[in-house]
Design a protein around this ligand. Sequence first.
Ligand code: AFP
Length: 343
Amino acid sequence: MVDRKTNRVITLEEYIIQGQNKFPGATGELSQLLRDIGLAAKIISREVNKAGITNILGEDGTTNVHGESVKKLDLFADKQLISALNRSEITCMVISEENDGIVELDNDGGKYIVYLDPLDGSSNIDLNVSIGSIFSIYMRKSSATDKLSKKDALQSGVEQVAAGYVLYGSSTLMTYTTGLGVSVFTLDPSIGEFILSDDDVKIPDHGTIYSVNEGSYQSWDEGLKQYVKYCQVEDPDTSRPYKARYIGSMVADVHRTLITGGIFIYPNSSQYPNGKLRLMYECNPLSFVIEQAGGMAIDGEGRILEIEPESIHQRTPIFIGSKENVMKVKEFLEEYKQETIEA
Ligand code: AFP
């Protein structure tokens, strides 16, 4: 995208500074934090792109807090992001999928708390399929002189001051929101800069793609089974049957949903009674982005962003995407829940 006034491209750095200048009292710290994430993303992107020729593919031999095997690139991404956040002394606490507990940084007075999924979609790493990094940023609640407490870490999604993701796909994209719309930047490897490629992105109100792991069909609630059948029925007036697409990296599936519209679902099931995906570093940040683009994200009943978290690695079911698609699945879930209660 080209700046109309100067007729030249806009870099991530310039864009962040322009955004900061709109707030006269801004200290520039959030801008710095976003730039730090952008820098770590470039380093991770470089490593992802040459993963096959360096010895970084494959498993590390350990498991993370969720019992999933850890890949070497997961650890690399985690380390890069945490050290980037430690550099500018504005983040006091990081909570990452790869770490069991809270990572307290050296900056006692730092005013931001960052949640990270350093490399989402790890099972796709060795297959050259899109993966991503997700981030979610909160202001610290306690004063800089107080000890960090649970209330600093466990804030609901509506309190996020910024959130976004980096997608390592056919190109590397960084998408983020600070609550004033959604912007997308594409990494131009020839100059090593993220360039603004889309500003104020809007998700279509209705889309014709549904995205869910249908292998788990048997263990879903009846309402979801019926909704998926509805997606598959032929009805030209509502552009059905919808297309099914499922990458298995939430960040890639949600990015496609943002651009084309439709719905991404990871429900509760008998295998995952509370859903599989993590509230704080997968569902909240992506829900903030999708809502800012005009879409919706619910856990089957209420808004994802309004869930009061109880633990840092908490899971939740999620139904996220175009407004009309999310409202429709909600209708099905409510209707069949009511039938179960009445039966
Ligand atoms: P991995 O990081 O272990 O590959 O998990 C990815 C993920 O958390 C999310 O990105 C996907 O949408 C979801 O899990 C895929 O889960 P299923 O393999 O159960 O469909």
